[in-house]
Design a protein around this ligand. Structure first.
Ligand code: ZN
Length: 310
């Protein structure tokens, strides 16, 4: 499925396992293991990796060592390191930690927004407009993920217009890239297409990215719909680990190995080595101490790739 406009077959994967993948795990990973995870993902071919989040360590203790992770990686990896921030304090920490990119989170609904970052949609947009210049002055690219963009665990349905309005404000304040985040895995492929169209109309010319959780099994279908809608940047998490401490039942991100497998089978290139990714997912299972949700990890690739069992 080459891009109909350009014939382009490359798809960019943003690997989020070191951040979204780990933040909901009960077992804390050692800082050295987080650094090793990023290095393994970079060696497997990932070129953009969400490596840290600069949020309140009392609320998300799994991410308390963001500075140490970034310090251990800066200048040592070929991947661009993305840091997540929810407010001015986080943004300043990300700048100080020399993040290559900063990802800010807007919330599409107050139920989740107030619990995740104590902000309504309006407040999360206004705060971005206030603090975006700090990243611009530092010369650091800034992306915005609109979370619960397909549905909120507390409020239910999220209107398309709210998501489009947030996208317009993100673009207006200088976001280089906008992502729609299906935080709780309730999107369907048809709605994905409509929301992407609404966002594209509201923020013409801004790069779009998608972030799906496979909570209800629709993530790959949603990615396919996104590709058909012209999106070429996809978030995914090695092993399918992931979740959100502030959204009930928000389980795994779509597994990177499943996305890479599907895309490469379809003639699209990700630049990521599937076998290396599978090996990393197995390594991560050991560190986290539970089996990865990823189906592909059990079956292996096809043809002639790593196998789950003989
Ligand atoms: Zn997520």
């Amino acid at each position: 499925m080459a891009d109909p406009a350009t014939g382009e077959t490359a798809v960019e994967i943003v690997e989020v396992s070191p951040r979204d993948g780990l933040q909901n795990e009960s077992r804390l990973l050692y800082t050295e293991d987080k650094i090793a995870l990023v290095e393994r993902l970079a060696a497997a071919g990932a070129r953009r990796i969400e490596a840290a989040s600069f949020v309140n360590p009392r609320r998300v203790p799994q991410m308390a060592d963001g500075e140490a992770v970034m310090a251990g990686l800066s200048g040592r990896t070929r991947a661009r390191l993305i840091a997540l921030a929810l407010n001015e304090t986080g943004l300043r920490r990300a700048i100080a930690a020399q993040a290559d990119e900063i990802n800010y989170v807007m919330v599409a609904s107050p139920g989740f927004g107030l619990r995740n970052q104590n902000a309504t949609p309006e407040q999360s947009a206004a705060l971005f407009e206030t603090i975006a210049p700090l990243a611009h002055e530092a010369g650091i690219p800034l992306s915005v993920t609109i979370s619960v963009a397909f549905g909120d665990p507390f409020d239910g349905e999220v209107p398309h217009g709210v998501v489009a309005e947030l996208a317009a404000r993100a673009a207006g304040a200088g976001a280089d890239e906008i992502a729609l985040g299906d935080t709780i895995g309730v999107a369907d492929p048809w709605d994905v297409r409509r929301r992407l169209e609404a966002v594209r109309a509201a923020a013409p010319g801004t790069r779009l990215r998608v972030h799906f959780h496979d909570t209800r099994g629709a993530a790959l279908a949603n990615i396919h719909a996104s590709l058909e809608a012209g999106v070429r940047i996809i978030d995914a998490s090695c092993g399918g680990f992931g979740g959100c401490p502030f959204a009930p039942n928000a389980t795994g991100n779509v597994a990177t190995e499943s996305v890479v497998y599907m895309l490469e089978r379809g003639g699209l290139s990700t630049g990521i080595d599937l076998d290396a990714l599978i090996a990393t997912a197995r390594w991560l299972e050991e560190r986290i101490g539970r089996p990865a949700p990823s189906l592909l990890l059990r079956a292996g690739g096809f043809p002639s790739s790593s196998r789950g069992s003989p």
